[in-house]
Write a protein that binds this ligand. Structure first.
Ligand code: ATP
Length: 441
């Protein structure tokens, strides 16, 4: 099988409208990307699947959508102002900049190859700052949030009181985060503006020992549901040098990206650290009175923290395949699970003329209520199938001359390329059934 490289993914993303470089006509901006029509559909589908998984399919999880700009004291309490730093070195010859923990400081510069050219490592805070109001001084500094989690912690009491939540319960949030990353290579894997899907699970101290393995298992299962190949996923437990000082335990889910095994999501056992810090800095009581036994405590937190945009890169890399077909033909196919495919069904009239396009257009309009659809009349039918394969559309419906007489259509399946003849009235049912039974071949 042909190797899946990041270059091939980047090129497909641009060619077919998944992802573009931000401000491309001006030479781009490092670490910033724009999601095109298919990319935003893919991203929204992954987000919706995660949201449903967390808030609908689990007990006691509610959602919030906190503001990106927060009171600056939040980031003092969380430790981000003093500790959210990466060590940075510059090459004195070519001025390339690296994260000191990601290169061999005794080796040559990875960019220009010269030796002994690195500056001493300096700590660099990853938070973007801006100012609120007309004066630009220390008192007006605000940060673009570097994670969504703090928006959840500071609303802990609001949610308990307004929604009468009982511990254990969770708060889920999806949103943008910003980090002034020193190195932003590898496409959308590490960008300065990205999206996270985070859930903070509040539980009684001691019970975190049960919830931590529970949430690890749940999170891994989720990727199975998303149709990701399980042999491309693995666990990485944080060693003592990686573990935050307050964390009890932490595991990453890693995915085998085209550039190797890399973190996709973190599942962290964070104790009562965050709520205690906010209690200290805000002076507000963060304790919870447990009606079960009248005990009062600051809940422990188990966090599941996934990158949404990093999930998009995983979904694309995992789905991508170049296939040699019989007769010397070949195709690029994205084997997206139907739950995340940007377009569910494409309707293709065999010809534009003789009423076929009109018939097909009506079929497509009828399907819109239930599915995301595409309509394509141009080019040979084989070429049109290839175009849909390349963007991961699981089903194509072809309208031909027989359709006009007997109202049957050809339903074509992306992965197997099998075709079957079905009544036009059965399209939606057939697709629903196939979605339920979907297994990647
Ligand atoms: P790293 O050490 O690689 O910088 P991290 O361990 O600090 O990342 P977390 O703070 O745990 O990452 O963030 C949770 C998730 O958010 C990550 O697993 C990743 O999916 C996503 N994420 C973090 N930083 C970025 C980024 N710059 N671009 C895209 N996604 C990111």
């Amino acid at each position: 099988m042909a190797e899946v490289t990041l270059d091939k993914i980047v090129s497909l993303c641009k060619r077919r409208g998944f992802i573009f470089q931000s401000s491309e006509i001006y030479g781009g901006l490092n670490g910033a990307y724009d999601y095109g029509p298919l990319g935003v559909a893919l991203k929204n589908n992954i987000r919706d699947m995660w949201w449903k998984e967390m808030t609908q399919l689990h007990d006691n999880i509610v959602g919030i959508d906190a503001s990106i700009l927060m009171n600056s004291t939040v980031w003092k309490a969380s430790g981000h102002v003093s500790n959210f730093t990466d060590p940075m070195v510059d090459c004195k010859v070519c001025h390339a900049r690296f994260r000191a923990d990601q290169i061999d400081l005794d080796g040559p510069c990875p960019n220009c190859g010269n030796k002994d050219t690195f500056t001493a490592p300096r700590n660099f805070n990853l938070m973007f700052t801006t100012h609120i109001g007309p004066t630009q001084d220390d008192s007006s500094v605000v940060y673009l949030r570097p994670e969504t989690a703090q928006g959840i912690y500071v609303n802990f009491k609001n949610v308990v009181q307004s929604c009468r939540m009982k511990v254990p319960f969770g708060i889920a949030q999806v949103g943008k985060s910003f980090r002034n990353e020193i190195t932003t290579k590898n496409f959308i894997f590490r960008s300065c503006e990205f999206e996270q899907m985070e859930m903070q699970w509040f539980c009684k101290p001691g019970t975190d020992e049960q919830w931590f393995p529970y949430w690890r298992e749940q999170r891994m299962k989720f990727y199975g549901k998303m149709g990701i190949r399980m042999d491309h996923l693995r666990w990485h437990q944080h060693g003592p040098d990686e573990l935050a000082f307050y964390a009890k335990d932490a595991y990453d889910i890693q995915y085998l990206f085209p550039m190797g095994w890399q973190e996709l999501e973190g599942v962290h056992s964070r104790t009562d650290y965050d709520l205690t810090q906010h209690q200290k800095f805000s002076g507000k009581d963060m304790t919870y009175l447990d009606p079960a036994d009248n005990s009062r405590y600051i809940p422990y937190v188990v966090e599941t923290s996934a990158g949404l945009t990093r999930n998009v890169l995983m979904a694309l890399s995992d789905a991508y395949e170049e296939q040699e077909l019989e007769g010397g033909d070949s195709r690029v196919v994205l084997h997206f699970h139907p739950n995340i495919a940007p377009i569910m069904v494409a309707v293709l009239p065999l010809m534009k003329k003789d009423g076929l396009a009109e018939y097909a257009s009506k079929v497509e309009h009828d399907l819109r209520e239930d599915f995301t659809t595409d309509f394509d009349v141009s080019g040979a039918i084989g070429r049109r199938y290839r175009r849909q394969d390349e963007i991961g559309t699981p089903y194509c419906v072809t309208i031909d001359y027989d359709t006009l007489n007997d109202h049957t259509v050809t339903l074509r399946f992306r992965d197997s390329m099998e075709q079957k003849r079905i009544p036009v009235s059965e399209i939606a049912n057939e697709i629903r059934k196939a979605n339920k039974e979907y297994k990647r071949v």
